[in-house]
Design a protein around this ligand. Structure first.
Ligand code: GDP
Length: 295
């Protein structure tokens, strides 16, 4: 994860540390490298521009340049700004004061939505009684996939009945079953497509209206970089997301999505998918991410 970004940053700071005292020009050159590193990591252009400008303003003051450890101070400033970008705080999923809590999973096909629904069920099973609900009725394989995952994780499952095509009916039936099955957390998987289209958005929006979710969680593939950020913007505009789950951070994701999603959409990244197995899910921790990037 973020290997190339990490290498680039390491070079910048090794070179700064080698200089001892820094001039404004040294910082300027280093920031040019930081800018290129971020752009290469597929971070949104405007986010990079603002980031570099903020670091420049804080790092070129006399206080930093005349200090005895200027390189360390520049490092600390970049670290702080990375934290600001990603949102500083860990934001775990929240629970509604009025059970059942409903989480709605949304996202493009292939992003890892169905897998993540099961991962969340497994995580929440420690403290709750979750149920998985298949409302992606456009792809029969998705229903089967979730049914299998529910049994792997060991939680109840509700899916469409023979010939049923209306996801809202499935979701309502699931909600009605909560009290008899003592379920207090309903995780609804929804339809995805390879691209955002009007029909998909309408379906998901109608479903949202019917189930009144406590969390609307967008699942995005971190390997897609800036594309992930535009997907997040589009879903957020239409649905009002409460959080993002970044998947496939175990691969060679470059960082674009992790660094820019919150800055662009104002929506926090809550969870990180780190593999294909059902327990490969962690709370997204900006501090850990910044440490990973800066080494
Ligand atoms: P959906 O179409 O959005 O429901 O996506 P799926 O849940 O079917 O996932 C698509 C593929 O991505 C599957 O092969 C998953 O095993 C894989 N996948 C999901 N999350 C992760 C992750 O965090 N890391 C890795 N390496 N693969 C993942």
């Amino acid at each position: 994860m973020f290997d190339s970004l990490k290498d680039r940053f390491e070079k910048v700071f090794t070179s700064l540390r080698g200089k001892g005292k820094l001039t404004e020009e040294d910082v300027k050159l280093a920031l040019r490298e930081v800018r290129l590193a971020l752009l290469e990591a597929d971070v949104n252009y405007k986010v990079v521009k603002d980031f570099v400008e903020r670091v420049r303003q804080r790092a070129t003051g006399q206080e930093v340049l005349s200090s005895i450890t200027p390189a360390q101070q520049v490092y600390a400033i970049v670290f702080e700004e990375l934290l600001d970008l990603m949102g500083r705080e860990v934001k775990p999923l929240s629970i509604s004061p009025k059970p059942p809590t409903v989480y709605m999973m949304v996202g493009l096909q292939g992003s890892g939505k169905t897998t993540t629904a099961a991962k969340i069920a497994l995580k929440m099973k420690r403290s709750h009684r979750p149920m998985l609900v298949a409302c992606d009725l456009r792809r029969p394989a998705a229903v089967e996939q979730l049914r299998v995952l529910a049994s792997t994780v060991g939680v109840p499952f509700v899916g469409p009945e023979e010939g049923e095509t209306d996801p809202i009916r499935v979701a309502r039936r699931a909600l009605e079953r909560c009290s008899e099955t003592l379920v207090d957390l309903v995780i609804v998987d929804t339809a995805g497509r390879f691209q955002i289209d009007q029909e998909l958005m309408q379906e998901v929006q109608d479903l949202k209206g019917a189930v009144n979710p406590h969390e609307v969680l967008l699942v995005v593939d971190s390997m897609t970089g800036q594309e992930a950020v535009s997907v997040a913007s589009a879903f957020n505009d239409r649905l009002g997301l409460t959080g993002v789950v970044l998947t496939k951070l175990d691969g060679d994701a470059r960082g674009g999505a992790a660094l820019a999603i919150r800055a662009v959409t104002g929506t926090p990244v809550r969870l990180a998918g780190l593999g294909e197995k059902v327990d490969d899910l962690e709370v997204f921790d900006p501090n850990k991410m910044a440490q990973r990037i800066l080494g």
